[in-house]
Design a protein around this ligand. Structure first.
Ligand code: SAM
Length: 252
């Protein structure tokens, strides 16, 4: 998962504690072994510095505090800033209708599910690798969507074909460009295949995509199966990120 995709920090005092905990941990890590110098020179020991993970956590928390979308999510009771990405897409294309049946792939912590329920969907089934706190009006399943049988489980829970399939699935990046790229494309392909197989005629599909990603085959299949396919970069998607969304309208 990229920095852009982490849930908002729940409240400032907690955040400030986290920042200071992380800073304290860092201080603990650079304390020299007894008898040594700050750098541990002369002791024959390895120099320890704050690990990359705690530093990137501090930076992420600081960014969240400065991020108006995360602030807005906290103020409006949304679990993620991602909620505003889908809200904007839905404002533009009117995808969620009163009584819509929706499947949300990669739903944690639940921002998109909240938007669907708030906008009148009658059934929303979400799935994620991570557990999701209950959201009234939805069924939330913890599973790997790519595992055999999970797709059918979602359809069974929904009680029929969906009007709308959403996928904001994103894997934890491993830092190896080609591997990450292949994983991104695999998730987009699996989600697209599911949407094409299961949507009602006239149904819609939204999936996360990345600029420069080689989603050519998926794009061709979506153009074949839907009347229109659009690229959208919502305002809540960070300017510097390559994240974009594909919106496929009206399953033929
Ligand atoms: N749309 C969500 C919201 O509004 O709160 C945010 C989704 S977050 C960007 C991406 C999610 O995709 C992560 O929670 C991750 O666990 C999930 N994910 C990645 N691969 C998955 C898989 N194979 N099956 C289910 N969920 C997956």
């Amino acid at each position: 998962m990229t920095d852009d995709e982490k849930p908002p920090v729940p409240n400032k005092s907690l955040t400030e504690n986290l920042v200071s905990d992380a800073a304290n941990n860092r201080r603990k890590m650079v304390r020299p072994p007894s008898g040594g110098t700050t750098a541990g020179r002369g002791m024959g020991t390895q120099i320890k510095t704050a690990d990359k993970k705690s530093m990137s956590s501090i930076q992420w928390i600081k960014r969240q505090l400065a991020d108006p979308w995360s602030e807005k999510a906290r103020a409006e009771g949304y679990r993620s800033r991602a909620a505003f990405k889908f809200a904007e897409i839905d404002d533009r294309f009117r995808l969620v209708k009163r009584g819509s049946k929706v499947i949300d792939l990669g739903a944690a912590p639940g921002g998109w599910v909240q938007v669907c329920v708030n906008r009148g969907a009658s059934a929303v089934v979400g799935v994620d690798l991570l557990p999701i706190e209950p959201i009234p009006g939805s069924v939330l399943i913890q599973a790997d969507f790519t595992d055999p049988g999970v797709d059918q489980q979602l359809l069974d829970e929904l009680g029929g074909a969906p009007d709308l399939v959403l996928s904001d699935m994103a894997h934890n990046t491993v830092g190896h460009r080609q591997t990450d790229h292949l994983k991104i494309i695999a998730l987009i392909e699996i989600a697209s295949d599911f949407a094409i197989r299961t949507l009602k005629p006239g149904g819609h599909f939204v999936t996360k995509n990345f600029q420069g990603g080689d989603a050519g085959r998926v794009l061709a299949e979506l153009r074949e199966a839907f009347e229109e396919v659009k690229y959208v970069k919502p305002a809540a998607s960070r300017k510097g990120s390559s994240e974009v969304y594909l919106v496929a309208l009206n399953r033929k």
